[in-house]
Design a protein around this ligand. Sequence first.
Ligand code: SF4
Length: 622
Amino acid sequence: MTNGGLWPQVERLLASVERPARYIDREWNAVHQPGADYRAALVYPDTYEIGQANQAIAILYATLNGLPAVVAERAYLPWLDMSTAMRDAGVPLFSLESCTALSEFDLIGITVPYELTYSNILEVLDLAGLPIRASERTEAHPLVIGGGPSAFNPEPFAPFFDAVLVGEGEEAVADIVAAHRAAKQSGLDRAATLMALSAVPGVYVPALYRPEYDADGAFIGVSAVPGAPDVVTKRVLADLDAHRPPTAPIVPFMDVVHDRFGVEVLRGCTRGCRFCQAGMVYRPVRERSADPIVRDVLAGLACTGYDEVSLTSLSTTDHSQLEEVLRRLQRRLEGTGVSVSLPSLRVDAFGVEMARLVSAGGKKSGLTLAPEAGTQRMRDVINKNVTEEDLLGSVQRAFEAGWRRVKLYFMIGLPTETDDDVRGIGELVGRVFRVAREATPPAQRGGLRVAVSVSTFVPKAQTPFQWDAQLPLEEVRRRQSVLRESMPRKGVELHWHDSDVSFLEGVMARGGREVADVIEAAWRDGATFDAWTERFNPSRWAAAFEACGIEPASIANRERTPAEPLPWDHISAGVSKRYLLRERERALTGELTPDCSFESCAGCDVCQDLGVDIVLGGVARG
Ligand code: SF4
């Protein structure tokens, strides 16, 4: 099959499926390079409308398409109606740009964004006509490489991938393509190719690592075969300004999540929230400087026609030049109808001031703030570095300035939490509501909304809480009822994160390679799109755990000792275990650790171990 080969078959299926725009080519700015001699398919393992805006894929798409004689195309997981129609008609999973079967590419790169997409990976591989286990693939199959936020504990999905990229992709993808091309030219077989790939920094080849168990079946560590590195350390880009992000992103034909132009303004976050995996694994902070940010926003808007631009990062309001960037954008975009959005705000006066700047003259959308915990003691345990005065002061200023809606994010089940901390959430929400009401003119109080979203804490690999137990389900439900009773009855909308979902996330987040069998069993029983509420079926997963003889509670709800080997010990984010343990001890005593971007180094070791510096305003701090 050559370029466009599957289109006649695909086209016949479109009349009978929902949202056929998910499956068609020719969006604005899509890249077509029929003559390339190396072909990579980039796959987001969820529907088009969820995956289309993924910035990692957009970056890799632009990077790969910029390499000589290389083409990258995209594929998404078809919704159930389409996958059924494809299976019935014998149509394999195809790329959007040339409607080519994925199995004809040299490389399939699948981003792994989140624990509940793991079953979708198997669906992608199976629909593509590939064996789902790497060990069963032959010379005839493409290389299947994973990457993304979940790579920092890749073990539960490791057997499905030939390789997993740990860390940032801009430079690594070029190295991977070069290594693969060289291997092909030298006629290496698959095993030798994988060994060659394992020499690329940041590339983890699961087949070269074996989990080991003692006589009682207890996990005692992962060992590398001779020739493979003992520890795979993440790739990190030292200078973001040296890599221009894509400024000609694809404009979809249909509504997608985040239907706007996104420009990444900084990477990393060193505020040091102890529960936050992204904050730990994407260190150190590297800011882009103001000039390229403004330039790229204007360039991207010009070639997409979007009327909204989002300045993205883990904590955009921490950018040291944000105020300048926003003022310059305000001047340049005045009268164009283009709005600027910030995905996350600091719970302090600066955050509100920035919100005021981005909404100057325009509509004030809701304000989103994340105090995370209801009491100061609990916020100190997680190193949130935010006080109640910060929060109430921000809400007061925002409502005085015309906001009428605020959304607050909290977690329950954090280490050391007591019922008083849980009730503290309800009491704090009550105080927020009163402050918001008093700051709102009486005639407008009817439109006042406080939305509260409460998730259950899931301990994640590579964080100071990686040794901690997740709350058992019954205890989560009891605490949820404590919280419900403490929540003000009027003016507050309360939303929960499903506790069964959190439990499965917890198992996937800290499981070892044995969990792969469970994922396969659940998928064979019909599990896909688990992140979609209507599709998630906890009993299907319970049956899969039972069939595989794995007790999920022993993974999610068990505290580990610091001496215990962890399934991800051979994967390094550059942050030392010594630092994580120290942070855990400080959590237990409620000691705060300041933000190393602006205060002193907290000794996480990432700068020294990876040879990267904090970059503020585009300038390395050294
Ligand atoms: S090594 Fe120090 S300065 Fe660098 S990210 Fe870690 S705590 Fe911050």
